[in-house]
Design a binder for this molecule. Structure first.
Ligand code: SF4
Length: 331
């Protein structure tokens, strides 16, 4: 059981997931923990330095600690902050090492790291299907003694600045990359076909976006598209990305961090799923439509397809376009 706070001098720590999407899916659990603590003790959150600039957008009012590359280098921070209780959402050995100086350390059960934690809980499973990751995080806290929570995102920040380079006309933010691996990436020609129709039908300016590793995917879509198209891949920070998404009229993406960011910011969009499972990592809220062609081998959760990528190739531009049209239709 997470120890009830006994003094305001003792902090509680939540070690957040390392991936942007998972971090966003942990937000309902973070808010649950915060409301359970109320003002009885300070709540700190910790995560990768790469996501620190987004923390004020995603978790306003909470102090975010960037974890150093070397896990033991985090020990001085745990001691300095007088952390009495640390709960880790990632199930890695590395994270169990990071929080080791905290007297109470809890997380998901995983054989070889269990001795490093003072309490472990199994991941929740269901004979009827997948349990969403957001419910896994809430379930962990519930199993550690907190009340039941709901997988609902808090209200988005009231306004984020529009990037100075953003067009004055309405724009379509397209994310053709997926850091997870090629099994998650839809065909560039299919992306191009959907973009073309959306531009024609809705007068949107298309903008290709993504991180530094998404340059190739964006370039492939730009080539398939043929006409001039702006490519901002690798040119925006994670915070810039939030600003671009916040002002996009529509977002077209895969099951990825930008999909969850768009859901967090309540932007309308369509997310293409292939080797992964929407019931497990689907977007929260109701602004993103999932486009998927269910095949018998899906979900396989593989990064590289050992077959013929049928979960992606059988999803046609017409199907995705129809999902986009449905989303873009006036209410
Ligand atoms: S094995 Fe099946 S689900 Fe997995 S990537 Fe290949 S086609 Fe898609």
């Amino acid at each position: 059981m997470i120890p009830a706070p006994s003094s305001r001098d003792q902090a509680h720590l939540l070690r957040l997931p390392n991936w942007l999407g998972d971090l966003i899916l942990s937000i309902p659990a973070v808010r649950l923990y915060q409301s359970w603590l109320r003002d009885r003790a300070p709540l700190l959150v910790a995560g990768p330095a790469s996501l620190a600039p987004l923390a004020p957008v995603l978790l306003p009012g909470l102090e975010y600690l960037s974890v150093p590359r070397w896990p033991l280098a985090f020990h001085s921070e745990i001691k300095k902050r007088n952390v009495a209780s640390a709960v880790a959402f990632p199930n890695s050995l590395r994270v169990a090492l990071e929080i080791f100086p905290a007297p109470y350390r809890a997380g998901f059960e995983r054989n070889w790291r269990n001795p490093l934690l003072t309490e472990t809980q199994p991941r929740r499973t269901s004979p009827y299907g997948f349990i969403h990751i957001a419910d896994q995080y809430l379930g962990l806290l519930e199993d550690l003694g907190l009340p039941k929570g709901k997988k609902e995102l808090p209200a988005p920040p009231p306004s984020l600045p529009k990037p100075a380079e953003a067009p004055t006309k309405r724009y379509l933010a397209v994310f053709p990359g997926a850091a997870y691996g090629p099994a998650k990436r839809w065909d560039p020609a299919s992306f191009a076909a959907v973009i073309r129709d959306l531009v024609r039908e809705h007068s949107l300016e298309p903008i290709l976006m993504g991180g530094a590793g998404d340059g190739e995917s964006c370039q492939a879509v730009a080539e398939a598209y043929g006409s001039d198209i702006r490519d901002l891949s690798g040119k925006t920070s994670t915070l810039d990305l939030a600003h671009w998404i916040a002002h996009a009229s529509f977002v077209l993406c895969h099951d990825s961090g930008p999909m969850h960011l768009a859901a967090f910011l309540r932007r309308p969009g369509v997310a293409i799923f292939g080797s992964t499972e929407p019931a497990w990592t689907g977007p929260l809220g109701d602004t993103i439509t999932v486009a998927r062609h269910k095949v018998s081998c899906s979900p396989c959760f593989l990064k590289v397809c050992p077959l013929d990528r049928r979960c992606m190739t059988r999803l046609t531009p017409e199907e995705v376009l129809s999902a986009c049209r449905h989303r873009l239709a006036p209410a």
